[in-house]
Design a binder for this molecule. Structure first.
Ligand code: GLC
Length: 534
């Protein structure tokens, strides 16, 4: 049996607002993406995941949808979408949409109907609950974006639940008609021919129907992660992350698999331990990602080793592997790199392409971009307001793609970009990197191409090897091929005693920087060794 196309595929995430602006309004759009299809073809991903393109009041920049079946006018509308899909087909690149079905925008007509509270007319399509006697919210659930997860609405004389912004009311997946309507959205796009979906907060479709309080995490068990954000001080077991959530994922999966050859993966933003419940060969979604690597700032072998040891106990899970997206600090910055840290960028790209999973890479990762510089008055992300200047929110990862070094706004837009282009990014624009054989861009293009000839790196299983603090060593294993991968993830030279040295034949992949000497294999800072066993 051949593996499905998405197993071990490389998926490239486009954040449309910041990719390429075709009409000079400062906001990236679909014709802009279409104009870069040859760039994408040369880079070589199997699929492109588009962050939301539907009409949205943009309180959360597309993650608040007001019409699931349409394409936003500012993105170019449906005709532009059809043209993009056709252009991608021509080039053999698949298209994955981002569907945000756990909540809608407050501007969605479903919410407007629900607000009226008329009997039988979407009354319970959202999660409405009475105030406490003192007028306070029904329980202690907290919003990920600050404050209580409930807002009062006088029209219903009730509170409604929103895990994120007040303008993102939670869709009630316990209401059969709401659930059916949400699944119908998926069918709409599957019929249009998209290859699959990334499901936003796929751990959060269901809430506890008794609305029980989330229990506190005892103060003596709290670390910096818990103190860093109020909702993290609760064990989020009642507002989301329910065991029954899996049943919803089963239904989503059945809907998607009703169409041939499609892929659905989830964002599991909390309780990473649940991935074994929510992803499987025969249950849940086909794949998904947690924030284990996305939140990590250490780039230490222990993080990767621990995660794959945890997955070893859950062999039914095919994970997505990802270091970067529109919600977190860019890879190079998070891992402590400077402004132009090519060695770190290349090491991270190589590791991303070597670990077990479907690879999710984020626009700009192939250019080795760090966070974009943003001043307070340039912030757009509501999360940026929350803790500024302690944290700037997510905008530093969302600044525009630099295309042409010498052009205004690095070729992103002829107008005023919605977020500023970082001058350091302009120096690293795609056009200059394309001409430099040592650039991160050419490195990434090569590695994606070479990986196609190493089946164990695509669909192989993974076995983590003991290797000390500085080194990450693992085998990728298929019946016909075993590849030993050894990474020095540090800025100091390191050595590793090769197991069965005589039977491993080295081959070139990634940054190189290894040699034999001392106790065995020596690796330069951020060096990597690959060898075929047997
Ligand atoms: C997900 C998205 C994030 C969004 C949130 C609410 O975490 O990735 O960008 O703000 O859901 O929809």
């Amino acid at each position: 049996m051949t593996a499905p196309w998405w197993k071990g595929a490389v998926v490239y995430q486009v954040y449309p607002r910041s990719f390429c602006d075709s009409d000079g309004d400062g906001v990236g759009d679909i014709p802009g993406i279409a104009s870069k299809l040859d760039y994408l073809k040369a880079l070589g991903p199997d699929a492109v995941w588009l962050s939301p393109i539907h009409p949205s009041p943009n309180k959360d920049f597309g993650y608040d949808v007001s019409d699931y079946n349409e394409v936003a006018t500012e993105m170019g509308g449906m005709a532009a979408f059809d043209a993009l899909l056709a252009g991608m087909r021509e080039r053999g690149i698949r298209l994955i949409l981002d569907e945000v079905l756990a909540h809608t925008s407050e501007r969605h007509e479903w919410f407007a109907e629900s607000l009226k509270g008329e009997e039988g007319r979407k009354t319970d399509w959202f999660v409405w609950a009475d105030a406490k006697d003192d007028g306070g919210p029904p329980n202690n659930w907290l919003s990920v974006f600050g404050g209580p997860a409930w807002s009062y609405h006088p029209a219903r004389r009730k509170y409604y639940f929103h895990k994120f912004l007040k303008s993102q009311p939670k869709l009630n997946w316990r209401e059969p008609n709401a659930r059916a309507a949400a699944l119908e959205v998926l069918r709409h796009w599957l019929r249009k021919g998209v290859d699959g979906f990334r499901l936003d907060v796929a751990n959060s479709f269901l809430h506890d129907d008794k609305l029980r309080d989330n229990p506190p995490i005892p103060p003596n068990l709290r670390g910096p992660h818990h103190w860093g954000h109020a909702p993290n001080m609760q064990k989020r077991i009642h507002d989301s992350n329910l065991p029954e959530n899996r049943k919803v994922l089963d239904e989503v999966r059945a809907t998607v698999e009703g169409f041939e050859d499609r892929f659905v993966f989830g964002e599991f933003s909390e309780e990473p331990g649940l991935i074994g419940e929510y992803v499987g060969q025969t249950h849940g979604l086909q794949s998904g990602y947690t924030f284990t690597f996305l939140d990590d700032r250490s780039y230490s072998p222990a993080i990767f080793a621990a995660y794959y040891r945890f997955l070893k106990e859950r062999p039914h899970v095919w994970p997505c592997v990802t270091f970067s997206n529109h919600d977190v600090a860019r890879t190079v910055s998070r891992y402590g790199g400077g402004k132009h840290d090519d060695a770190l960028a290349k090491s991270a790209i190589t590791l991303l392409m070597s670990l077990k999973g479907t690879v999710l890479m984020y626009q700009g990762e192939e250019l080795g971009l760090g966070n974009g510089a943003i001043a307070q008055d340039q912030l757009r992300d509501p999360v940026g307001e929350l803790y500024f200047p302690y944290s700037k929110g997510r905008d530093p990862a969302r600044t525009p793609m630099p295309w042409i070094s010498a052009a205004p706004n690095a070729g992103f837009s002829t107008g005023t970009p919605w977020l500023p282009v970082d001058p350091h990014h302009a120096q690293r624009a795609a056009d200059v990197q394309a001409l430099d054989p040592d650039s991160v861009l050419n490195f990434t293009r090569d590695i994606i191409k070479e990986r196609r000839n190493i089946p164990a790196l695509i669909t192989g299983d993974i076995e983590i090897l003991e290797a000390g603090e500085q080194i990450l060593a693992f085998n990728r294993i298929l019946p016909e091929q075993t590849v030993l991968c050894v990474f020095n993830l540090s800025r100091e030279p390191a050595s590793y005693a090769l197991p069965r040295q005589s039977t491993v034949s080295p081959f070139e992949f990634g940054p190189g920087g290894w040699g034999f000497g001392g106790p065995g294999l020596t690796l330069k800072p951020f060096g990597a060794f690959f060898g075929q066993a047997g």
